[in-house]
Write a protein that binds this ligand. Structure first.
Ligand code: C2R
Length: 163
């Protein structure tokens, strides 16, 4: 989706986070939500992060899904510099299994919110579903698609047999 104006930004601190964040991109793809995927790091590319945050609103982004691991300052530093909603995804870290990422993202000071999701791929997928829900308020087709998604999910559970 390169030639359409992205509505959602999916950013991550490192290329190594893609295994986790690709789940968010998959969901956005399924719902046909224009999006972009970028590597942006508060630590390694602070100027790129500042520019991305500064331009997000004017570029038409309606939500930014930001995933990072360890000292995961990316979501918070984005939220500090834009009013576009930031949805934080803690990436599982090697040393602490993502508890460090989760706490880094969730413990924001009052006044600068980051909506924080579960550690790992489930969190990434849920962040994307949340972004779809944000957009669905103004896009009836997304509202219908979300209802259909939930119905299909329920049908799969109803159909499960354990023996
Ligand atoms: N937490 C951050 C930020 C940031 O918060 O800006 N930038 C990179 N990183 C994290 O460092 C971890 C290891 O990165 P490498 O695999 O590149 O060494 C990744 O999970 C990344 O999100």
């Amino acid at each position: 989706m390169t030639d359409v104006q992205p509505q959602v930004g999916v950013v991550m601190g490192s290329r190594s986070d893609w295994e986790t964040l690709s789940g968010a991109a998959d969901v956005l793809q399924d719902f046909e939500v224009p999006h972009e995927c970028r590597v942006v790091s508060a630590h390694r590319t602070p100027q790129l992060l500042a520019d991305y945050a500064a331009e997000a609103e004017q570029r038409g982004l309606r939500a930014i899904i930001a995933g990072a691991g360890g000292a995961a300052h990316l979501p918070g530093m984005l939220a500090a510099q834009t009013t576009v909603p930031v949805l934080g995804v803690p990436v599982a870290s090697k040393s602490l299994n993502g508890l460090d990422s989760l706490l880094s993202i969730v413990q924001m000071p009052a006044g600068v919110p980051v909506a924080t999701f579960a550690i790992g791929s489930a969190g990434a997928r849920n962040a994307a579903l949340f972004a779809v829900a944000l957009l669905a308020g103004e896009e009836p087709r997304l509202c219908e698609a979300l209802h259909a998604y939930r119905d299909a999910q329920a049908q799969r559970v109803y159909g499960e047999e354990l023996s």
